[in-house]
Design a protein around this ligand. Structure first.
Ligand code: SF4
Length: 356
């Protein structure tokens, strides 16, 4: 009897988004000399995931798949475990001074993601095992700028929260930065797997931000990421754990009904979050694309509803040496003003870091 009553409920229950488990893993032989590399190998074996060796994490050429699209999809489910050789950090304006490299690539399938272009033919997911060396480089950057604060962004080329159960790298970065008077860490995520970060000593030096958007944008353009409700629940946990919290609304998209969509987003955020949050920040990034990214997106997500009509956009010179297409000034102003007003309506004490 119990089963008969329970069954329909179980069927209707929305399943939690599972942590990423790759279909295939490559190791650089040198990665296995590091404790983190050896630990990942143990995990791979315990999960019965097939693995291969590779001479370099920058050269994975024989990915399975008959067509380019199949290879792309398989690459997104392929993990490469390597040693980060370049310890010169890129700049990461406007959110931080430097990008701290702990992983490159992401298993998410957000249609608009700029990694489509920046990672080019290497969309597989790379994680680096030499965290001590990476932190050594971070320490030097901090010392160079002291007593000014130096901020490091850990999510410039990846979504490290979605890989934390495999690497544990964010935990190491958070604990390192807790003891750095002049160092700060920040990262943004669309995944909700934050439990392993909740009891760490962070000393308020790490700001964790969640990428959020209107229901329409999340449903249309963000497959293979955690659902909105999961992200918000994770954000509450992060706030309860005392971390500085933030939200990135990105990409802000102009579509039929965007006002309702973004108004509802802010309403839902207020309803779901603990009251009286201190030191809450928002960042806003409007949708942009380049001619190159448009061509790649149309190939990889041929049915996408992402509007990329050059005639409806304004050009802006981009740091990648190409024009990017943003919204015309009147639309930008409308988006910025409307969403800013909604933010302050629901979170009067929040700070808006930038709109770009
Ligand atoms: S989760 Fe972030 S990094 Fe991953 S595909 Fe989506 S936008 Fe790109």
């Amino acid at each position: 009897m119990g089963t008969a009553i329970l069954e329909p409920q179980v069927k209707n229950k929305i399943r939690p988004t599972k942590p990423f488990v790759p279909d295939l893993v490559y190791f650089e032989p040198r990665a296995l000399e590091y404790p983190k590399g050896a630990k990942i190998m143990e995990w791979v074996k315990s999960q019965n995931i097939p693995y291969r060796m590779t001479t370099s994490h920058n050269r994975i050429t024989n990915l399975p798949g008959e067509t380019e699209l199949e290879q792309y999809k398989n690459a997104k489910r392929t993990l490469v475990v390597g040693v980060r050789k370049t310890l010169t950090f890129d700049q990461s304006k406007p959110s931080a001074e430097y990008a701290i490299p702990i992983s490159t690539g992401c298993m998410g399938h957000c249609h608009y993601c700029y990694l489509q272009t920046t990672l080019g033919s290497k969309p597989y997911v790379r994680v680096y095992v030499n965290t001590d060396e990476i932190l050594g480089a971070a320490k030097r950057y901090i010392e160079e700028r002291a007593p000014q604060i130096t901020r490091f962004e850990a999510a410039c080329t990846s979504d490290p929260v979605g890989l934390e159960h495999i690497t544990g790298s964010l935990a190491e970065l958070i604990e390192f930065m807790a003891n750095e008077e002049f160092g700060r860490l920040r990262f943004v995520t669309k995944y909700h797997h934050v439990d392993s970060l909740l009891n760490l000593e962070h000393n308020g030096h790490t700001r964790i931000r969640f990428s959020v958007n209107s229901d329409y944008v999340i449903k249309q353009f963000e497959p293979a990421t955690s659902r909105f409700e999961e992200r918000i629940e994770a954000a509450s946990k992060i706030a309860h754990a005392g971390y500085p919290l933030g939200f990135i609304i990105a990409p802000i998209i102009w579509y039929e009904g965007w006002q309702e969509g973004y108004a509802e987003l802010l309403q839902k955020l207020e309803k779901a979050l603990p009251k009286g949050l201190k030191d809450l920040t928002f960042e806003m990034i409007q949708h942009r694309f380049t001619k190159t990214s448009k061509a790649i997106i149309e190939k990889r997500y041929p049915k996408t509803k992402l509007e990329m009509d050059i005639a409806k956009r304004k050009t802006k010179w981009g740091r990648w040496g190409q024009y990017k297409y943003v919204y015309p000034d009147d639309q930008q102003t409308a988006l910025r003003e409307f969403i800013t007003e909604r933010i302050f309506e629901h979170f009067p004490d929040a700070r808006i870091d930038y709109f770009t």
